[in-house]
Design a protein around this ligand. Structure first.
Ligand code: NAD
Length: 624
């Protein structure tokens, strides 16, 4: 290629504006022409809040090199566009750079984002890195480039739910007396120790970067740290025997850590990891180096770094397999480490195993012999359109989130699990940046219509203001729509100081194609079909979301996933209610239809119960 670097984040010093903001603006005074544009400006700055992002001075938000903007110049340009963007215009952001602005209409999104997407045959890390080095593309991860990241607090409920489901399947419902051995205490992985202790278990987490461990301790996600693996095991065993929740970060490379457990003959109850293995060059650390030494090696000899990174990953996966063989419950936590090792073995022709896997011919052991967390623990929720729904208080006032906590509990009094989650979150999860909350909500219109109703109201009505209309509409409302409409009412009534923006993770029921993660082992073999997230993005756009984004590669790396996200700004207006009603029906609905189409009985049942149209199934079952 050979043209000069233009928009690379390494080319320029951090923006003066970013230095002045140090996070999102708060309060009710607007810099932009309306709340929808203001929400985009605040969410972008919130992503880059030093209390939220992992390396904000490099525009890196989380997940290896997931960035919020392509360069500091592009960041400044996005802010300038957002400040003058009218209520009937749409800004286009391509891989972190503003590239166009068009007249549209009030109901249309204010911002459309596409990050990291490449055409199939070129959709590789290699080609991506070439373009990235020339400043022509950006890795958006999932919520980094779509301005929806809310810090480690955003993933905590997903991690809590996954472990709760694991505990239900293997240990009678909680993790008391159980030890979880994991690795990676970065932006997302940092949620692991707290999610384990919230489930009453014990967590040992290996992390190469001491600063990351300290950060998790400072923010209440991890209890303490030690340098010595044996000491960590002893403390963990003591806590497990006493059935006390406990977490410890240990300063070690994950592969060395897991191998040490084997050498010592210690088998944890659960083994997993959240190192950034999806990116061998910029996410994962090879064994044998300090962080500083490894960072220098990456800079000076990137090929050698990548090779050693893969070698370490291979040892890491083999050790997990051996721990599984010796009785641990093992699962991959969404970082594509199995896929990386499989590809590496295919490329290098390596078949030697670093650990003699007990009782099995090493030739028969493949990296995919332990499951991913989605098929193991999450898919039944996806079938019902359920996923990590999040909301953020644009006022910056924690009281606004506390009011929404009350609202969600008032609205769904029958959900005991939800009450437990909200109570634990209030007590144990510190806000980072703009106060936010995450809570798994889904479709379940049928279930909701049987439950006691407290929602509805004027703002919730949107267009349908006629008498009797409210009840009729509510019967068809999803959990997500009911809750969003309730928040909109609270904003309209002045009970919440400023608008709330609702968004979610890209990891959601109908918005991802990711064969090594969200769509691993789909019943009908459609793991790699990416029409679904694209339809999801188009549909939420048509339904009136305020920001819509489509990315490649989040979580599992370039070429391994396509996924979409959206934001809706609840400013108390009728228009916001109308948008919320449509988007929060369409969005979880795509999860139901995607899984119904693949033949999952839970999804088919949800579709029947909640009247979600699935044309081909309806024809077959005589409901045309
Ligand atoms: P991050 O880059 O912020 O953190 C990764 C951490 O792993 C860093 O602190 C790094 O120092 C550490 N690390 C890297 N290699 C290591 C090694 N060999 N041994 C020990 N520590 C090592 O990333 P993140 O946002 O925490 O995400 C971690 C991974 O999990 C990514 O691959 C991401 O895509 C995936 N992820 C999963 C989910 C999920 O829901 N399961 C959600 C988001 C991200």
């Amino acid at each position: 290629m050979g043209t000069e670097r233009t928009d690379s984040p390494e080319c320029d010093a951090p923006s003066e504006q970013w230095r002045e903001y140090q996070g999102s603006p708060t309060g009710t005074a607007l810099e932009c022409e309306g709340w929808r544009q203001e929400a985009a400006l605040r969410m972008l700055n919130n992503n880059l809040d030093p209390a939220v992002a992992e390396k904000p001075e490099e525009l890196v938000v989380y997940g290896g090199t997931g960035r919020a903007a392509r360069s500091w110049d592009a960041y400044d340009a996005i802010l300038a566009e957002l400040r003058t963007l009218a209520d009937d215009e749409t800004l286009l952001v391509q891989s972190g750079k503003p590239v166009g602005r068009f007249p549209t209409h009030e109901r249309a999104p204010r911002v459309l984002i596409a990050n990291s997407n490449l055409v199939g045959r070129w959709d590789t890390w290699e080609h991506f890195h070439e373009l990235e080095a020339e400043g022509k593309i950006m890795y958006g991860q999932m919520t980094a480039g779509s301005w929806a990241y809310i810090g480690t607090q955003g993933i905590i409920q997903g991690t809590f739910e996954t472990l709760a489901e694991l505990a239900r399947q293997h240990y009678d419902g909680d993790l008391s007396g159980r030890i979880v051995a994991t690795a990676g205490l970065g932006g997302m992985g940092g949620a692991q120790p707290l999610a384990v202790t919230m489930n009453r278990g014990v967590c040992i987490a290996a992390e190469v970067d001491e600063e990351r461990i300290d950060r998790r301790i400072e923010t209440g996600y991890c209890m303490e740290t030690v340098d010595d693996v044996d000491e960590a095991i002893e403390r963990a065993e003591e806590a497990a025997t006493a059935e006390e929740p406990y977490s410890v970060g240990v300063h070690a490379n994950a592969a060395d850590f897991h191998e040490h457990l084997l050498e010592r003959g210690f088998v944890p109850d659960v083994v997993t990891d959240q190192t950034s293995a999806h990116d061998a060059l910029e996410g994962y650390y090879p064994s044998g180096y300090t962080v500083e030494e490894a960072d220098r090696l990456r800079e000076q000899e990137p090929e050698r770094y990548t090779e050693e990174s893969f070698e370490t990953m291979e040892r890491h996966v083999d050790a997990i397999l051996e721990l599984q063989e010796r009785g641990a419950v093992a699962f991959e936590y969404g970082n594509n480490i199995r896929g990386q090792v499989e590809e590496y073995r295919d490329r290098s022709g390596a078949d030697a195993r670093s650990w003699p896997v007990s009782g099995t011919d090493p030739e028969d052991r493949e990296s995919f012999d332990f499951p991913g967390f989605v098929p193991a623990y999450i898919r039944p929720q996806f079938c019902r359109g359920k996923g990590p729904f999040r909301w953020v208080a644009l006022s910056g006032d924690p009281e606004d989130i506390h009011r929404t906590d009350d609202a969600v509990l008032e609205l769904f009094p029958e959900k005991e699990h939800l009450r437990r989650w909200i109570e634990l979150a209030r007590e144990q999860v510190q806000f980072q940046g703009l106060p936010s909350r995450v809570c798994w909500l889904g479709y379940s219109a049928g279930e909701a219509s049987e439950a006691p109703r407290e929602g509805g109201g004027e703002a919730a009505d949107g267009e349908g203001d006629g008498e009797g209309d409210e009840g009729k509409g509510d019967d068809e409302l999803t959990e997500r729509a009911r809750f969003a409409l309730r928040i909109n009412e609270l904003v309209a009534a002045g009970e919440i100081a400023a608008p709330i923006v609702v968004t979610r993770d890209h990891l959601d029921a109908g918005s991802v194609a990711s064969p090594n993660r969200e769509t691993e082992a789909m019943r009908d073999g459609t793991d790699a079909v990416a029409d679904w997230p694209i339809l999801n993005a188009l549909l939420t756009c048509a339904a009136g979301a305020d920001i819509v984004s489509v990315h490649d590669g989040g979580g599992v790396g370039i070429g391994n996933a396509i996924h979409a996200n959206n934001h809706v700004v609840l400013d108390g207006s009728d228009l916001a209610a109308e948008k919320a009603r449509a988007v929060f029906t369409a969005d979880p609905g795509t999860g139901v239809i995607r899984h119904a189409d693949a033949g999952y009985e839970d999804a088919l049942e949800e579709a029947r119960r909640s009247n979600v149209a699935v044309p081909m199934v309806d024809r077959r079952e005589g409901r045309e």
